[in-house]
Design a protein around this ligand. Structure first.
Ligand code: C2E
Ligand code: CA
Ligand code: CA
Length: 739
């Protein structure tokens, strides 16, 4: 209110608040002149304005000050209908602006707190108006008189607040609140129209490391760039939100094709893992993605989010940089992982962990040159568990430090006792490397065992460079001081910066299996990459190991491309220490290549009980192997070639197939449409039986049960129809090999 009364010159001069003997002159109702003066100063202060219309609703008065700020200085608005000048805010999008005001006016209602937008060009001005109809002494309507105040700034503030409540201020993406609202309303609406909606949950890999080592401003900038990339890839196909930290969510309406979703997941993984440049620094992260699709994996927000979360967990557990679809097995998977975590704690003490050794041979002579120590865990109930499963758990829980230290000691002791002074390589997790006492741990293992440091090789991956580069450098120095060798493992997978090679004193580069695999296929450029890596390593005077060589053509290729050493099943699988010692005791420790002529990636051995539908009968069979284009099944006798069947792979996945080979109880079938990758190692169908179909068959709508097809068909199938084929019992595989 300051300045309102002060605008009157008289009040200023007379009343400075000190003289007490001035007589009091209240403004009474009859003192029209002083009351007008009062209103004048109110108008002039801009605290509020007045307006008036005639009986026809035309503007006959508007405070001069107001007209001035709106640029209506020439009286051009006088005489215009009020409804044209003040445009009320539509209550919702379908409402035509202007109608309510005209309605209020014509009905001669009082107006209060009505927000109107002023009909001025190029700027958005909002007023809140109030007004009362006026009547003369004969009760005839004479027009409106009203007041107004500018609420533009207040509204903007409110909108900002709303935006803040709905959007993430760092990236400008929708926040969790908005995403949940959007998803909820989409799912509700889609349920009626039987549409589907996919949900992706993303979690960045290694973001925390960047944030911790390069600082939060860098982390923030990185998140912004990630948001930008997500936006470019997703485009108008969906809405992206940041839930918190490095967690993002994407809602993709009307998509249920898992092929399309897998491609999108793959692209997201690829694009997010391209290097980032932030204020001159370089950062590399990855992302894991979980995908769930409504109504298949969940009907409402809670169910769908939970499914996508589980899939995300599985994706992370499978190693970073993966997408993964939800499947009902994952429920068990989460439990499985918790159990692994619990059991891992005493696995070392209980002697269930051991080290196996795989020879690494010279490409030219096939003589064993060194070997790699690989950890094995023989679980009391589950049998052998892959290090790809338990190492990530050990890393996450920190148990890896204890296990790693144990492994170093075990390997040094065992190698010391070998009949040959063969070098041995051991895998070092980035988590072990992140602790400053790591060189001391290595030194202790060497001293206690008496192993020559020259014989010990540490395999590390590029992820150790993600932290503080100076620190890594210092550690490398200390390790070299001790005298051990260093190898860069899985080269070409994660971050693949050649600059690492210059920075660190590596003796060896291990070229990841993915470059060996498929390198002999025509359209694949892995062969060229192999040559480039070998050339570079030669120039830097480093040895190269081609990993994972299984087939003859792969061996030929890596030999031709100049890799100096080869490690792979073609020469030998990893084996327990005593077996390895036997190999080393041979007079000439060389290995013969033994393997298929060509790598057969697509045929995967499995053992899965599935359903087979033929005509009106449903049979139980066992799937023995599976590829994108076909499968081998067992359990039916003498099925003629050319028979059309439907395989029910579970989870609503139906595949139409034709029998192409048939021998006794084993059939080879070819699929009508190829399967697609499920993001992990597995395959899945593009589409599934929709819960809407199940609903149409008279069942309540629900996320897909484990065996939905059996549910729909239970009445039709096997209803007395005579089975055409004879079913035979197929035994279980050996325990422990299932996982
Ligand atoms: P890695 O360091 O890349 O080890 C090579 C992996 O390739 C081993 O898997 C080995 O058995 C497998 N391999 C060797 N030749 C072939 C082949 O011809 N074909 C195929 N398909 N695979 C082949 P493994 O033993 O299951 O170990 C998996 C990963 O677990 C290792 O990958 C390594 O990252 C980690 N790991 C294993 N042992 C240890 C350990 O003691 N400490 C740490 N930190 N990590 C370990
Ligand atoms: Ca390795
Ligand atoms: Ca490797």
């Amino acid at each position: 209110m300051a300045g309102f009364f002060s605008r009157s010159p008289r009040t200023n001069a007379e009343d400075d608040g000190t003289s007490g003997d001035e007589p009091l002159r209240p403004i009474d109702a009859s003192d029209a002149a002083r009351r007008v003066e009062l209103l004048d100063s109110f108008e002039a202060a801009g605290l509020g304005w007045f307006w008036a219309t005639d009986a026809k609703g035309r503007l006959i008065y508007l405070s001069e000050n107001a007209a001035h700020t709106l640029g209506w200085t020439h009286g051009e608005t006088i005489g215009k209908p009020l409804g044209e000048l003040f445009i009320p805010e539509p209550l919702d999008a379908s409402e035509t602006a202007g109608r309510p005001l005209a309605f209020l006016l014509s009905a001669r209602h009082s107006i209060s707190q009505l927000n109107v937008r002023l009909a001025v060009e190029d700027q958005e001005v909002w007023w809140e108006i109030a007004g009362k109809p006026q009547f003369d002494d004969k009760q005839r309507f004479t027009g409106y008189r009203g007041s107004a105040k500018d609420v533009t700034a207040i509204r903007e503030g409110q909108q900002d607040a709303e935006r803040l409540a709905q959007y993430d201020s760092l990236t400008g993406l929708a926040n969790r609140h908005r995403m949940t609202e959007r998803l909820t309303s989409i799912l509700k609406a889609y349920r009626n129209s039987k549409r589907s909606c996919a949900l992706m949950m993303l979690d960045l890999d290694r973001f925390k490391q960047i944030n911790d080592t390069l600082g939060h401003p860098t982390g923030d900038e990185l998140l912004k760039q990630v948001a930008g990339r997500l936006g470019r890839i997703v485009g108008d196909k969906g809405e992206i939100g940041r839930l918190e930290g490095d967690e993002f969510q994407i809602v993709l309406p009307d998509i249920d094709d898992r092929g399309a979703l897998g491609e999108l997941g793959q692209r997201l993984v690829q694009m997010i893992s391209q290097p980032y440049s932030i204020n001159g620094a370089r950062a590399i992260i990855g992302t894991s993605i979980g995908v769930a699709v409504a109504p298949y994996d969940g009907l409402d927000t809670e169910e769908l989010v939970k499914a996508a979360d589980l899939a995300l967990h599985a994706a992370k557990g499978g190693g970073s940089g993966q997408y993964r679809f939800y499947s009902s097995d994952l429920q068990d998977g989460a439990k499985y992982r918790r159990q692994i975590e619990d059991d891992l704690r005493d696995a070392v003490e209980s002697g269930r962990i051991s080290m196996h050794y795989q020879p690494v041979v010279c490409t030219r002579t096939h003589r064993v040159k060194c070997c790699e120590a690989l950890m094995r865990w023989d679980h009391p109930d589950r049998g052998p568990i892959s290090p790809n499963v338990f190492i990530p758990v050990a890393e996450e829980t920190g148990i890896i430090r204890k296990m790693g230290e144990w492994a170093l000691n075990e390997v040094c002791h065992q190698a010391k006792a070998w009949p040959l002074d063969l070098p041995v390589a051991i895998n070092i997790s980035a988590v072990q490397f992140a602790h400053d006492d790591f060189p001391q741990v290595v030194q202790a293992a060497l001293s206690q065992s008496g192993l020559d440091p020259e014989r010990l090789e540490l395999e590390i991956t590029e992820s150790v460079f993600l932290g503080d580069a100076g620190r890594a450098q210092r550690l490398f120095g200390e390790l070299k001081e001790i005298g051990v060798k260093l190898a860069l493992d899985d080269f070409g997978t994660g971050y693949s910066s050649l600059s690492y090679l210059r920075k660190a004193p590596f003796d060896k580069i291990k070229i990841d299996q993915s470059f060996v695999r498929g390198a002999t296929e025509a359209e694949n450029n892995n062969a060229a990459i192999l040559s480039a890596i070998v050339g570079l390593a030669d120039a830097l005077d480093m040895e190269t190991v081609a990993e994972g060589v299984e087939a003859r053509d792969e061996l030929d290729l890596v030999t031709e491309r100049g890799a100096t050493l080869v490690q792979g099943y073609i020469f030998s699988r990893p084996m327990p220490n005593d077996e390895f010692i036997e190999d080393l005791q041979r007079s000439e420790p060389t290995y013969e290549p033994r393997g298929p002529a060509k790598y057969r990636a697509d045929r995967k051995s499995v053992f899965r009980r599935i359903g087979l539908i033929h005509e009106d009968s449903r049979y139980k069979v066992v799937m023995r192997n599976l590829s994108k284009t076909g499968a081998m099944i067992e359990g039916l006798l003498e099925v003629p070639l050319g028979t059309e069947v439907v395989l029910d792979l579970g989870g609503g996945q139906l595949v139409v197939a034709t029998v192409r080979r048939s021998k006794g109880s084993v059939q080879g079938v070819e699929f009508e449409t190829s399967l697609i990758s499920d993001g992990a190692e597995g395959l899945c169908t593009r589409h599934r039986v929709s819960p809407y179909q199940i609903e149409a068959a008279g069942r309540p709508l629900a996320a897909l049960p484990h065996d939905p097809y059996a549910l729909i068909m239970s009445e039709r199938l096997n209803s007395g129809a005579r089975k055409k084929f004879v079913e035979v019992e197929v035994g279980n595989p050996k325990p422990g090999t299932g996982y």
